[in-house]
Design a protein. Structure first.
Length: 154
């Protein structure tokens, strides 16, 4: 069941763009910055407030990878478990990330700052093993460095 969230900020965001045509992406971006994802109820408010079909809003929200329709933390941590990273110890990085964040893969840290996911090859095997936080790849990672890398994002 979706956690009850205060959507009052959505009204403020809608008002900000009410008379600006073609601003749907900016609206969705602002909502995601506020809630770290796009809550369904927020999208309904946008549809009503800006008189845009909900189907179009979902079309845009699902087209861009940057948008998430599911709750997640402020920062998205990907541990690469592709072959090259795996043979260079990514299982240890994953264990370190899980331990440091106190969550499993797919989880959100209690302070909502991080989500943890795995990925099969980030396309930068030459610097394996790699973890990626948001858009930043951290290569030649070592287990004991994981906490300090994550701390950079607080
Ligand atoms: S296998 Fe990890 S970057 Fe390619």
């Amino acid at each position: 069941m979706e956690e009850q969230i205060d959507l009052s900020k959505v009204d403020v965001i809608i008002d900000r763009y009410r008379d600006k045509k073609g601003s749907l992406i900016k609206v969705l971006n602002d909502i995601q910055e506020e809630y770290f994802y796009l809550p369904e109820e927020a999208l309904r408010k946008v549809a009503k407030g800006l008189d845009i079909p909900l189907s179009r809003i979902y079309g845009v929200a699902t087209f861009y990878n940057a948008f998430s329709l599911h709750p997640r933390g402020r920062h998205l941590v990907h541990v690469c478990v592709g072959t090259t990273c795996y043979v260079r110890g990514s299982d240890g990085l994953l264990a370190a990330a899980k331990k440091d964040l106190g969550i499993d893969v797919g989880g959100i840290s209690p302070d909502k700052q991080f989500s943890l996911a795995t990925i099969h090859c980030l396309g930068c095997c030459s610097i394996a093993p790699v973890i990626k936080v948001d858009e930043n790849a951290h290569g030649r990672m070592m287990e004991d460095k994981v906490p300090s890398v994550l701390r950079q994002y607080y």
